[in-house]
Design a protein around this ligand. Sequence first.
Ligand SMILES: [Zn+2]
Ligand SMILES: [Zn+2]
Length: 246
Amino acid sequence: MAKEQTEHNMACMVCGTQLVYDKTSQEQECIYCGSTEASPIYCPDGHFVCDSCHSKDAIAFLELLAEVDTSTEPIDVVDKALTHPSFKFHGPEHHSLVPTAILIAMKNRGIPKTDGVQITPEVVLEGIRRGSKIPGGFCGYAGTCGACVGSGVAVALYIGSTPRSGAERKIAHAATTDAMHLSMDGLRRCCKRATYYGLTAAMNLLKKEFDIDLGAIPEVGACKYSERNRDCEHEDCIYFQKESTK
Ligand SMILES: [Zn+2]
Ligand SMILES: [Zn+2]
């Protein structure tokens, strides 16, 4: 990882200044595409980057994985994405990662959806699209977490849930609810931890309800990213590596 990327990954992607997470939104113009958006997150030096420009490269990377990746374990897809330079340390690209990882592993294992239809790259792309609709900062601003909703997105696509399918919708809600239970940790947001929660919830639900074992869930105490996270909660986070004393 380039040094510049490491230094800027928590901050304004233009100047590296720490972003302000305000309580109310203000109208801001994206310095890259010129679109205006109301957002409570801003750079004190006035650089606003919209969610789309912030995540574009990472989403393109996930779309590429949907076509070419041969992983059969979701954790391998997650590891690949979290170490890819297009992924910022925090950002809404993480909201697409859980469905990408789950659906790629199912596709590559030849596990069909509950309607018997095979999972294709198009299904994975739909998961990426749904995840990318959840704005950055939603965990603090809306009482739900985008990466946890990613668990619901993955399961909803597997079982073909729609707003009008009561039973399926309930299972998709259970996936998000299970992830949110894990997320009730009282800590500052971490998009890596949230991704692990979403992945764990989706994989446990698929195992319990559908007897689908997709391999290893994210390992407790194995986080490799603490040093890059200015907001890392260290020992309070279950994924923190205690022996990695700096
Ligand atoms: Zn800036
Ligand atoms: Zn933009």
